[in-house]
Design a protein around this ligand. Sequence first.
Ligand code: GRF
Length: 228
Amino acid sequence: MAQPNKGRLAVLISGRGSNLGAFIDACASRSLPAEIGIVISNNPDAPGLALAREAGIPTAVINHRDYDSREGFDAALVHAIAKQEIDLVILAGFMRILTPVFVEPFAGRLMNIHPSLLPRYPGLNTHQRALDAGDAEAGVTVHFVTLELDGGPPILQARVPIEPGDTAERLAERVNAQELVIYPLAARWFLEGRLQLTARGAELDGELLPPEGVAYPGELPDTHRVRA
Ligand code: GRF
């Protein structure tokens, strides 16, 4: 039976697709009231494309190498998404810097996940940078996307303690486990109409969120969990 009020997502990937997998699972278990209308990859070899195909989700490859400019590539993305009547665009390991051509049409309905405790460590190699700085903890942030790279208002943040002898790879694995929980949760809040980007910043239930977003406590009550 058709589900009323299901949100439609576009998920943009470049690689493995573990976050995409979490969205597929959350939609399938109905803990996220959504369906994924399209998965787009800029990388034709992204392993995540196979995950989408196995789940019967339409895929598109829009290879940035086929475009002369970032703007041209972004316009092709906008075109592909616009055809799908999408409520929320999810950047899930999408490794391209976006221009206003892409960001402006989706302002307020565009999210990213970044593997650091923003505002610390925007950009690449976040785990190694946290280790090199001697930080006690690392983490991950879901945020609204604005034109500032990794600089849009944070929504949810999970902290992950750094352990003695950690490597960037080991840390990334523990951070990734948190990503898979908090990203579908942020999307659920959005689709439930609880979360908005306003001129003030990210607001949940009408309250302006703190600069680091909601602290994910790790042990939310079951009713707040998204994964089955
Ligand atoms: C994640 O670490 C995410 O935080 C970052 O890129 C990675 C994507 O992983 N932006 P996956 O492709 O979802 O497995």
